[in-house]
Design a protein around this ligand. Structure first.
Ligand code: ADP
Length: 164
């Protein structure tokens, strides 16, 4: 990755990365010069995969996208974004149910760093129902998750739930 141009951070828990997340990453790649997928741990949730595992899974999934980097971060997103000299934060909006929380967070983040703009991208409609939690639920009971996540992520999920 070169160090010039507009950098966007796409933050999230990614526990694990899904095809919906990848749809958003591809849209961000088309808009910005560089994209960093920022992997964090939501304090309210205990992740199934460690931060290292989540970073490695995303790295595998984006290996063909040369402008994308993957990094783990702790603490405030806006501190990470400033440190990276990002100008944009990307979030995915699936449905109106995402809106209220995302709107609140974007406004707080703007107070914390007024020059960093939050941009919302909508995935293809076929991903609007998808989230990491539902993927884990289906995988736990050995359901078919191949259309939800990249192949290697599906295999790792099966191993976690001992369906290998
Ligand atoms: P967080 O716990 O921070 O919401 P997630 O990993 O759940 O982290 O999501 C990261 C970002 O990706 C969020 O902006 C979320 O709205 C978005 N996202 C999650 N699933 C999808 C999907 N199926 N399609 C589009 N965006 C999504």
């Amino acid at each position: 990755m070169s160090n010039v141009g507009k950098l966007a951070i796409y933050p999230g828990t990614f526990d694990p990365i899904t095809n919906g997340h990848l749809d958003i990453i591809q849209r961000a790649v088309n808009l910005f010069d560089r994209v960093i997928v920022g992997v964090t741990t939501n304090l309210a949730k205990t992740p199934l995969f460690s931060a290292e595992e989540r970073v490695a899974m995303i790295q595998n999934s984006v290996s063909k996208m040369s402008s994308v980097g993957v990094e783990n971060f702790d603490g405030l997103l806006m501190d990470f974004a400033k440190k990276k000299e990002a100008s944009v934060v990307v979030r995915g909006l699936r449905a109106i149910t995402d809106f209220e929380f995302e709107f609140q967070m974007a406004l707080v983040n703007r107070r914390l760093a007024k020059n960093i703009v939050t941009v919302f991208l909508m995935p293809h409609e076929k991903y609007t129902y998808l989230n990491s939690t539902i993927v884990k639920e289906v995988a736990k009971f050995n359901g078919d998750i191949q259309s939800f996540v990249p192949k290697d992520v599906g295999e790792l999920l099966r191993k976690k739930y001992d369906h290998s």
